[in-house]
Design a protein around this ligand. Sequence first.
Ligand SMILES: [Zn+2]
Length: 269
Amino acid sequence: MAESSPLEDFVDRRRRLFILTGAGCSVNSGIPDYRDADGAWKRPPPVTYQAFMAHAATRRRYWARSLVGWRRIRRARPNDAHRALARLEMMGKSEILLTQNVDRLHQAAGSEVVIDLHGRLDHVRCMGCERVSPREALQEELERSNPNWLALEAVVAPDGDADLDGVDFSDFAVPACERCGGVLKPDVVFFGENVPRPRVEAAMRHLDDADAMLVVGSSLMVYSGFRFVEAAARAGKPVAAINLGRTRADHLLALKAEQTCGAALAFLL
Ligand SMILES: [Zn+2]
């Protein structure tokens, strides 16, 4: 019999896990992560909420890049890490899967009890009337209104944004809300924007009911995720993490596996 890993023992010993996932989980699905092994940005930091809401030019640039980036995101399929975590839920071991990812790949793999902490990229929200509509419908409109932009290819980012350097975005047409004419924004939490409080509170209630926490593929550099590790540590619940490289919570971890998410969780498949 193969010897079990410390991580397998950790999972075996717990009844209900509070699972927090990040970009590292989706790397093998072709969605790159944001940060290198030292937790520093690999690419220019993403657009902020304040810049997006304040400047039409920022929105043109965002949607032009997203027109390109969305093609990759919508083609992405779950990998072994997503499948392993869906299996953990089937085993009754998952109290909640709280994900910082906006790609919906956990749901595509079969996880049902999921909170999308930072929202979902396949939805668009009107900042005027709150109407939510499918990103795919906006994609069709973006393509119809901007035929000259369809041939662009670029490097895509985890939030569906893409690197397009030295491009003039001034003639890019950005659709407005068809109901109220308001500003359309992807239904994701931008940098500089707060996670909606009810969403945080719902996740915290799940943490109360969990007996341990498992972090999968996150450097925890963003406070919205890190605060759950702090809360788990305060409550005396052990925290294990799978991450290639440093995390902000290294000093709080009971166990750390410096492996890819798929490899570390392979014992579940
Ligand atoms: Zn509207």
